[in-house]
Design a binder for this molecule. Sequence first.
Ligand SMILES: NC(=O)c1ccc[n+]([C@@H]2O[C@H](COP(=O)([O-])OP(=O)(O)OC[C@H]3O[C@@H](n4cnc5c(N)ncnc54)[C@H](O)[C@@H]3O)[C@@H](O)[C@H]2O)c1
Length: 332
Amino acid sequence: MTGLGSRGSHWVDQLLKRDDVEIVAYVEPAAQIAEQAIEQFNLDRSGVFDSLDDAVSSVSADFVCDVTPPGVHHVIAQKAFDNGLHLLQEKPLSNDFSVAQQTVAAGRAAGMRHMITQNYRFHPCPRTTRRVLDEGLIGQVGQVDLRWYMNWADIPGSFYVTAPYMLINDMMVHHFDMMRYVLNADPVTVHAITWNHPWSWLKGDSAHVIVFEYPDGMRATHVSLGAAVGKRTTYWGDWSINGSRGSITWELDRMWHSHLHRTDEPVNREILPDDVPDQSVAIVDEFFCAIDENRDPECCAADNLKSLTMVFGAIKSTVEERRVSLDEHINL
Ligand SMILES: NC(=O)c1ccc[n+]([C@@H]2O[C@H](COP(=O)([O-])OP(=O)(O)OC[C@H]3O[C@@H](n4cnc5c(N)ncnc54)[C@H](O)[C@@H]3O)[C@@H](O)[C@H]2O)c1
């Protein structure tokens, strides 16, 4: 386990609950955070290390679960791959697109499985919506509108509030990855306008309007306010997916199917969520199956580059104040 901060605690808790995982080493350079974890999880001090180098020279392992900040991910990844370890790594893969590409290539070259924990797509709303869209419930989808209002990362001094464009890089990578999963499609262009508010605690821009265009003419809009002090959506956002035969909407994580055109019997009903496993359980199960079956997992790092293409394309678009084609070389 690398990184025992706030999200690291979640993963320690999750992995300790499993009977197919033994955590053989914990890596945390910040002494106070290491102490907190030792106390919280009653850890044996001999298994807690300052660096991954020290850990791998002391214990033998199968994989690394990396929950360090995004700017450190490539360092942990390279050390894991150099030591023949598979890697389960928190999003975002990196806060630099070319570093993300190099990290994916390093994992491929080493023959290691590398999965990014895009947990949002494992929630019942995206899982259920993808299934009913595949079944053709609303016909051909033409327009998708997402709205998200949240008091995001109100943590003074953290990397979330100090680094630029963190709302898009760190948070919206979840939404863009969910859009790819739910719609089973990748956009070809992006046009983003981002800005900040005087009351925002984020140093980078806290708000945006983004339009994605798809090869078949579908368009998706994404509107966010990460410094919302008023009414909130959920972290998954409110969605409206419109097709030739009606709409699917998410409102506070409840789903609705509506078809209200005069030519048909009106439909306006709640869609009950499919019974899906807990997101963190599903992610680790998928990672282990992929290792056992010698295949790429869902959310493998190579696939995740497509979600990051949406992220860095949006950032490039707002920086350069123009619509960006997503097959352009993204180099900020
Ligand atoms: N999937 C989700 O829903 C979700 C939620 C929250 C955070 N995250 C992600 O988890 C990651 C960590 O976020 P966080 O909020 O826990 O941050 P954090 O700052 O609370 O914790 C990160 C920890 O990593 C440690 N660290 C730094 N360099 C290290 C190194 N070289 N080796 C080992 N440990 C090192 C830091 O000392 C810190 O304790 C980020 O990538 C973040 O985006 C994901």
